[in-house]
Design a protein around this ligand. Structure first.
Ligand code: ZN
Length: 318
């Protein structure tokens, strides 16, 4: 009996090989149809964040979720107006278009504090003779960042600047601002020696005046998973950047993007999603609410479109 069991195990492991974390990480995540008995309010917000084409304009939102009762009837469990939503969570604030920096400030407060100390240290360490050094205007809200992306001036929809975790150093000779030069390399070396990350090291897009407190967005999400909520809607953009880079064999320039996608994948896999293709409308009713999840019927309505409910899963190559 024992021997038989042993053989069976060997036999089945041949057909179901163990998949390594590395293999999973290199796979993209796709939304595959899946039925649920219920999904949480938080999960609905993530679906909305992923599917909404809404920009950062504040609009009144109303969320409704249906739940199956014990008797099999669907029942509304959430109908929330904007005020309730605002109280609900940082997610809701984010959807209401609140300033990104402001919204996540309390979550990353100690991180920002630590980065401030590093910035002060850097200035006290770096004062080349005959030059003036100061931090440039760092204010950059998400709306402005998105304009940068649209204008092709930046590839990153969200930067660590948005969280006050990055700064740009300006070096001046008399009153003239120097854009580059060996002094920036010296500054970068000092920054790294005290534990900062230097933009001059960014593969593909070196930015020698830039310093930041964390390695990249992936590290930020690893430390503060809730912030993945801000990044999730840009996954298609990141994926496209990476695919383009791969076709040009320049993927080494997109290491950070790769890491970011891995982190977002780990965060979302096995969670509910709205499947890619819109369904035909299952009912003539169109809601004023931007989102309505009918869990019992297996669909979710987001801003005029119906989607089948599904689960994020790794698309493993067969
Ligand atoms: Zn910068």
């Amino acid at each position: 009996m024992a021997r038989f069991l042993f053989i069976t195990l060997v036999f089945s492991s041949h057909f179901f090989p163990v998949i390594s974390q590395g293999e999973l990480d290199s796979a993209r995540i796709i939304c595959g149809p899946q039925n649920y008995k219920q999904i949480s309010f938080e999960e609905v917000l993530w679906i909305f964040r992923n599917k909404s084409r809404q920009s950062t304009d504040a609009k009144p939102l109303e969320f409704q979720i249906d739940k199956l009762d014990a008797d099999g009837k669907a029942r509304k469990i959430y109908v929330l107006d904007t005020i309730q939503l605002a109280r609900e969570s940082r997610y809701a604030n984010s959807l209401l278009g609140y300033d990104l920096n402001q919204n996540w400030k309390s979550l990353v407060a100690s991180e920002v504090q630590q980065f401030r100390l590093l910035k002060d240290s850097l200035l006290s360490l770096f004062h080349p003779k005959g030059y003036r050094v100061r931090y440039l205007q760092q204010e950059r809200d998400l709306a402005k960042q998105l304009r940068f992306v649209a204008a092709g001036r930046s590839k990153t929809a969200i930067s660590l600047h948005n969280f006050d975790l990055a700064a740009d150093v300006g070096i001046y000779r008399k009153r003239r601002y120097l854009r580059r030069g060996i002094l920036y390399t010296h500054m970068g070396d000092l920054a790294k020696s005290i534990g900062m990350f230097w933009g001059g090291d960014f593969a593909g897009f070196p930015d020698p005046g830039h310093v930041q407190g964390l390695k990249n967005g992936a590290e930020l999400i690893r430390k503060y998973p809730e912030i993945g909520f801000e990044y999730t809607r840009f996954m298609p953009v990141y994926r496209q950047n990476l695919d383009e880079a791969e076709s040009l064999e320049k993927q080494e320039n997109f290491q950070d993007t790769q890491e970011l996608l891995v982190e977002l994948g780990r965060l979302q896999v096995n969670k509910p999603c709205a499947c890619q293709y819109a369904m035909s409308i299952p009912t003539p009713i169109v809601w004023d609410a931007p989102i309505f999840a009918n869990v019992a019927a297996g669909w979710v309505y987001v801003e005029g479109y119906f989607y089948q409910l599904g689960t994020w899963q790794y698309a493993l190559k067969k």
